[in-house]
Design a protein around this ligand. Structure first.
Ligand SMILES: *[C@@H]1O[C@H](CO)[C@@H](O)[C@H](O)[C@H]1NC(C)=O
Ligand SMILES: *[C@@H]1O[C@H](CO)[C@@H](O)[C@H](O)[C@H]1NC(C)=O
Ligand SMILES: *[C@@H]1O[C@H](CO)[C@@H](O)[C@H](O)[C@H]1NC(C)=O
Ligand SMILES: *[C@@H]1O[C@H](CO)[C@@H](O)[C@H](O)[C@H]1NC(C)=O
Ligand SMILES: *[C@@H]1O[C@H](CO)[C@@H](O)[C@H](O)[C@H]1NC(C)=O
Ligand SMILES: *[C@@H]1O[C@H](CO)[C@@H](O)[C@H](O)[C@H]1NC(C)=O
Length: 371
């Protein structure tokens, strides 16, 4: 049992919870997408749907996203962007397949916008390749590539984020060690800024605070979160020179880790209470880490609450996915030992712990919460 599990489970639950919550999981390889269910009373996670798709097993579903209306799952698979409508019984039906040239394959990230016309943005993790802005039909099915998000010949974008008003696209350029800002106005994508990251940082994923004044970037190689301030009018970022660690201070073996994810807790008031982030260990026998930060109303980091070992190394994953029903819960995927876990934060105790664990027969990449 995880050392902090007992104290976390003993906490009074502060909010009325709906008991059962559904998630979908993608995988680094294989044709299946899984439906999972977390029972917050029983503290169990179970496999509820084994969904066969026409995705080739070698492509897998490297990144999946859910739209704001929770009608569609978007998937990156090799050189294709796919959309799946979510049926009432929580099975999935493929509604579209948009394929880009094979020279720019390895589609790796997809980010649906949160307001009409619900344009979806994606990018390949391929040197010198553009990202795409893709229109959708009324039902959320991918329709057509309406614009390219252009970078330079060194770029290799690993993660995208949108501003809350969907007017700016942020690209974490891992290979080019930079962040790109583009504006978007329903038809046109324009470059606004190219900002180099500190040397050997390797920006991997980025999260833009809903109120628009801060952006947080995972520096994959430096194993840190970089804090950027943001001009809400121009969308431009400035590095504040402030970073927070994603591996314990004093570790001199930073190259044995590769940091992974950063994401806000989900809150309807646009003032998320927490920021979660994670790192992966490159050794199967050493754990990765998960970090939690408390935020001010406007999105500044108040305090790093936690830097805690994860159950496994994370493999290529250790992706953190905040729950939609409570800001204290989040899921973690591990593709080394093939499991998904649900964790819970206690901000008061400055502790996190595993609430539920589910072993799988394949390596999960990331999960999305449906309810
Ligand atoms: C899911 O379905 C696939 C294809 O039928 C099968 O190979 C796999 O074993 C199933 N997984 C589980 C956990 O049942
Ligand atoms: C999407 O279309 C491409 C190109 O036709 C095809 O190779 C691929 O198998 C399709 N993927 C799915 C999941 O339908
Ligand atoms: C995007 O770029 C590709 C490759 O350069 C080009 O063929 C395509 O026409 C562009 N699409 C748009 C919508 O500009
Ligand atoms: C984009 O489209 C939406 C819905 O059609 C509309 O409400 C919005 O004003 C448009 N924005 C711009 C900048 O044209
Ligand atoms: C960050 O550090 C650089 C180099 O020392 C300096 O030029 C810049 O003003 C600093 N920025 C902030 C916001 O402190
Ligand atoms: C990194 O170094 C720390 C401290 O010596 C050690 O505990 C940890 O196992 C090492 N991590 C890896 C992945 O080798």
């Amino acid at each position: 049992m995880h050392p902090t599990l007992v104290s976390i489970l003993a906490l009074p639950i502060g909010q009325a919870l709906a008991t059962k919550h559904n998630l979908f999981s993608g995988f680094f390889s294989g044709s299946q997408l899984y439906g999972l269910q977390f029972d917050d009373e029983a503290a169990t996670l179970s496999l509820t749907k084994n969904i066969t798709t026409s995705i080739s097993a070698s492509d897998g579903s490297k990144w999946i996203a859910i739209d704001d209306r929770h009608k569609t799952i978007y998937v990156t698979a090799g050189s294709s962007y796919l959309s799946y409508s979510i049926n009432t019984d929580l099975t999935l039906t493929q509604t579209s397949n948009i394929t880009i040239p094979e020279t720019c394959n390895n589609l790796n990230y997809i980010a649906p916008s949160s307001s009409a016309p619900y344009t979806v943005f994606g990018a390949p993790y391929s040197t010198g390749c553009a990202g795409q802005a893709i229109s959708v039909t009324e039902t959320g099915a991918l329709d057509a590539i309406l614009a390219n998000i252009t970078y330079d010949s060194n770029a290799g974008v690993h993660g995208l984020a949108l501003s809350a008003d969907n007017k700016f696209i942020y690209s974490a350029d891992d290979k080019g060690n930079a962040i790109w800002v583009h504006s978007y106005d329903n038809t046109t994508v324009k470059e606004v800024q190219h900002i180099s990251a500190p040397s050997d940082a390797s920006p991997r994923h980025i999260a833009v605070h809903p109120q628009g004044r801060y952006a947080y970037v995972v520096f994959e190689s430096a194993n840190e979160i970089g804090v950027y301030s943001r001009d809400a009018e121009t969308g431009m970022l400035s590095f504040t020179n402030t970073t927070y660690p994603l591996i314990p201070s004093g570790f001199t073996n930073g190259s044995a880790y590769w940091s992974d994810e950063v994401a806000f807790s989900v809150n309807t008031e646009s003032a998320p209470k927490y920021l979660y982030a994670s790192s992966r260990s490159r050794s199967a026998s050493s754990p990765g880490y998960v970090a939690a930060f408390s935020l001010t109303e406007t999105g500044a980091i108040r305090e790093q609450l936690v830097l805690s070992e994860t159950t496994g190394s994370g493999g290529a994953a250790n992706s953190v996915s905040p729950a939609v029903f409570s800001e204290e819960y989040f899921a973690i995927t591990d593709s080394e030992s093939d499991f998904v876990e649900v964790w819970k934060l206690s901000a008061e105790e400055k502790a996190v712990g595993v609430v539920a664990h589910l072993d799988l027969d394949n390596g999960p990449a990331n999960v999305v919460w449906y309810d």
